[in-house]
Ligand binder design. Sequence first.
Ligand SMILES: Nc1nc2c(c(=O)[nH]1)N[C@H]1C(S)=C(S)[C@@H](COP(=O)(O)OP(=O)(O)OC[C@H]3O[C@@H](n4cnc5c(=O)[nH]c(N)nc54)[C@H](O)[C@@H]3O)O[C@H]1N2
Ligand SMILES: Nc1nc2c(c(=O)[nH]1)N[C@H]1C(S)=C(S)[C@@H](COP(=O)(O)OP(=O)(O)OC[C@H]3O[C@@H](n4cnc5c(=O)[nH]c(N)nc54)[C@H](O)[C@@H]3O)O[C@H]1N2
Ligand SMILES: [Mo]
Length: 806
Amino acid sequence: MTNHWVDIKNADLVLIMGGNAAEAHICGFKWVQEAKHGRKARLVVVDPRFTRSAAVSDYYAPIRAGSDIAFLSGVIHYLLENDKIQHEYVKTHTNASFLIDPAYGFENGLFTGYDAEKRGYDKSTWRYQMGEDGYAKVDPTLQDPNCVFQLMKRHFARYDADTVSRITGTPKDAFLKVCGMIAECSAPNRTMTILYALGWTQHSVGSQNIRSMAMIQLLLGNMGMAGGGINALRGHANVQGITDQCLFGESLPGYLHEPTEAEPTLEVFLDKRTPRMLRPGQMNYWSNYPKFFISLLKAFYGPSATPDNSFGYDWLPKMDGAYDVLAMFERMHQGRMNGFVCQGFNPLASVANKGKVSAALAKLKYLVVIDPLATDTSEFWKDYGELNKADPAQIQTEVFRLPAALFAEHEGSFTNSSRVIQWHWKAADGPGETREDTEIFGQLFVRLRAMYARDGGAFPEPIQKLHWPYRIASHPSSQELAREISGYAISDLTDASGNVTVKAGEQVAGFAVLRADGSTACGNWLYSGMWSQAGNLTARRDNSDPTGLGQSLNWGFAWPANRRILYNRASCDASGKPWDPERNVIHWNGKAWGGNDVPDMRPNATPDEGVGAFIMTGEGVARLFAPGMVEGPFPEHYEPFETPLGRNPMHPDVPAVVSNPAARVYQGDMELFGKADEFPYVATTYRLAEHFHFWSKTSKINAILQPEHFVEISEELAAEKGIRKGDVVTVRSNRGHIKAVAVVTKRIPVLTVEGRKVHTVGIPLHYGFKGETKPGYITNTLTPFVGDANTQTPEYKAFLVDIEKA
Ligand SMILES: Nc1nc2c(c(=O)[nH]1)N[C@H]1C(S)=C(S)[C@@H](COP(=O)(O)OP(=O)(O)OC[C@H]3O[C@@H](n4cnc5c(=O)[nH]c(N)nc54)[C@H](O)[C@@H]3O)O[C@H]1N2
Ligand SMILES: Nc1nc2c(c(=O)[nH]1)N[C@H]1C(S)=C(S)[C@@H](COP(=O)(O)OP(=O)(O)OC[C@H]3O[C@@H](n4cnc5c(=O)[nH]c(N)nc54)[C@H](O)[C@@H]3O)O[C@H]1N2
Ligand SMILES: [Mo]
C-alpha cells in the first residue's frame, strides 16, 4: 500500500476492484466501514462475481475476468474527455508535460520496437527528448503533440464507453455510473482509494492492470493524499516482509538488484544501477544505491568484505536467466534441478498446472519440505485425481520433512500491507520435534560450513566468508537478525567537522547515515532505523492519533523511515500548501516540511528549489508514460492467453496481439492453451473467508465450515447444462480436470461480450488430498502455466474450462 489500512477511513470513495476485501481481508475491511460511517464514503465493487464485498457496497458492476485494462482505459478516456482531472496536480507532479521521442509510436496493438521472435521490445524510442543542457525537455502548456499528455489523449481515445462495454461485458450504464463517481474525486478535496489484490495481479497483463489505476489516481491528484493512493492488500501475514527481504530469486533485500552475468564487477554494477537526474535540481533516492549496496555486502560478509575484494561482490550469485516461480518449475520440469528446498510453501497445490508441477517434482533427486504440516507437496506422489495419478515406483525423489514451528511459536516481525513492521512475541513452544526456521537454517549452515572446511569444494567463499556473528551459531535469534537488518556502524562515523556521530558497534538511526566505504553494515536499507539506539521500534504499540487522520506514528515502524503515506509531498501544491487543508498530511511551514507524517522529501528543500515529489525517479515526477514496463509505456487491452473470444476486440485482425505480446511462454505450455470451441466458459479462482489456502483444511473447525470442494455457476448455465444444485460436476481445462459439487447461484452474473453470452465458472482454490476436508482434486490442475510479462505471477484468474454433470 502507498497509504495504510487506517487511512482508508479518510476516503470519499472506496473502489474494490481486483480483490474481495470483505472475505480476504476481513479485519482490515473494518476501515471501509469506518469510511462509510465517518465521511459518508461510497463503496463501489467491480468483480466478475457478486462477492461479500459487493453485498455491502453502494454500487456493484460486473466485469468479465481478464478485461480490466479495457475498463480502466475507458475510465482514463472519460476523465480526459470530460475534463475531470486535477490540472495543477497533473502539471506539477506527473510527466504529462515531458516530450517523447517523435519516433515513438503505437500501431496495430504494438508499440515501436517489437521483436516477434524474442517476444519483446527494443525500447529505444520510448524515451524523453533531451535538451542541450542534458535534461529532459518539457512543454508546460501540454500542447506539444509529442508531450505525454497529448500522446495519452490519442492512445485512450479508442476506449469509449461502447467499446468498453463490448469487451468487458459491463453494461454501459453501469460503466458510466462508476466513471461518474470516480470523476467526482478529481476535486482537490475529494479522494478515492483503490483496494486491489489478486483479481488484478494474477493475469498475463497484471502489472498493467495496476498501472492503469495508478494513472487514474495521478489524473485525479490522489497519490500522496490522505484517503488516496494505490493500495495492494497483501496476502500471507508477512508477504510484504518477504518481498522486502528478497525471498524473490531476482532481488536482494530492499529491492536492490540481484547482479546479472552482464555485471561482472562492482563498478559496472553500481554504475548501471545508480540513476542520472533528468531535470535540474532534482534529488533521487537511488543516488544512494552504492551506500545501500555496500552496507548490505558488509552485513553479508563482515570483515571479509574489503575495498580490495570489492566488498565480496564476486561471491554473490550472478543471474544467468529468470528465477521466478514459473522459471523454477520449468527448470525442474526439464530435469535441470537436483534438489529443492521448500519452506512454508505448498507448490503442488499453489502453482499453476499441477500436472506439470508434480511431473517436475518427480524429476528431483531430493525434496526438502520445511513446514509445520504434512503438506500435499510433501506427498506429491499420492496425488488424488484420475488424470494425473502417478506411479510411486517410478519416482526416485527422496523427500525429507523437517517439521517447523509455526509463526506463533517463535518471535519475530511481520510487515503488514501498510508497510508497518510489527514485532510479535512467541505464544507457545512448538510441539514435538519442531524447530524454528532460524534454527533449521542455522543448523544447515554450520554443518555446510564445516563440510566445506573439511572437504573443500568448487566455490567455498560464499559459505566460508559469510558473516555469522550470532551468539548461538546454530540458532541465530530473531532479535540479532532484526538488529543486523536495521544496520550498525562498524567504525566510528563522523560528521563534516570530525565529531563522532555514531560510535562503532552502535545501531544506526536510519538509511541516511549509511556509507559506501565499508564503515556501516545494513541488511536492508529500507528497514534501516527499525531498531535504533532507542531500541526495537517495531515493538511500539502506541496508537495515539492526535490529528484524527489515523497516522499513529508511534505504532510499530513503517518503511521507509517510519513514513506512513508514500509520496506525501504530492499532497501539496508547488508552493507547499496542502491541496486539502482538512486532511493535511504534510506542508511547508516556511522553514521546513512537517505535519502529520515523515515528509517524503528532504526536510529543508524549499519549494523554490523545485525538487519534484517523486524522488524515486530521475525526473522527480510520477510517470504517466512508463518506459520501465515490459509490454509498453501505456497500458493496452490484451486478452487472457485463454480467451473466450479467440481474438482481441481492439485489434480483431491482428493475431500477434490477441494476448500480451511480451509475455513469456515456454514451449509445451503454448500447446496446452485451450480454445473456446472446446472450452467455452471463463473460469476464475478465488478464496473463501472460511479457509486459508491449503493449510486450514487441516483444521477441523474450518473443515466443518467449508467441508468440500465446490464450483459456482449461474442459474442460466446450470439450466443449459442440466446441472442442479448439489450435483457433482467435472470441470475440464486443456490441462486436466477436477470434480466438485455444483453451487448454482445468482451471484455469478452472465455477461454479454461482443454480442454473445459469456458464462463464468467460479472455483475456490482451497482443496487438496491432505487434511480434514473431504479429499478433493486440486484447483490448479486446471490453470495455465503462463504469467504476467513483468512479474511472472501466473494467470490464475482467467482461463477456459468446460463443465458437465459427472
Ligand atoms: N480467508 C482468507 N483470506 C486470505 C487468504 C485466504 O486464503 N483466505 N489468502 C491471503 C492471500 S495470500 C492473498 S494474496 C489475498 C488475496 O486477496 P484477494 O485478491 O482479494 O482474493 P481472491 O479471492 O483470490 O480474489 C479476489 C477477487 O478477484 C476477483 N476476480 C477474478 N478475476 C478478476 C478480474 O479479472 N477482474 C476483477 N476486477 N476481479 C477479478 C474474484 O472474483 C475475487 O472476488 O488474500 C489473503 N487473505
Ligand atoms: N489457482 C490459484 N492458485 C493460487 C492463487 C489463486 O488465487 N488461485 N493464489 C496464489 C497466492 S496469492 C498464494 S500466496 C499462494 C499460496 O500458496 P502457498 O504459500 O504454497 O500455500 P499455503 O497453504 O499458504 O502454504 C504455506 C505453508 O506455510 C506453512 N507455515 C506456516 N507458518 C510457518 C512457519 O512459521 N514456518 C514454516 N516453515 N512454514 C510455515 C503452512 O503450514 C503452509 O503449509 O497460492 C497461489 N496460488
Ligand atoms: Mo498471496
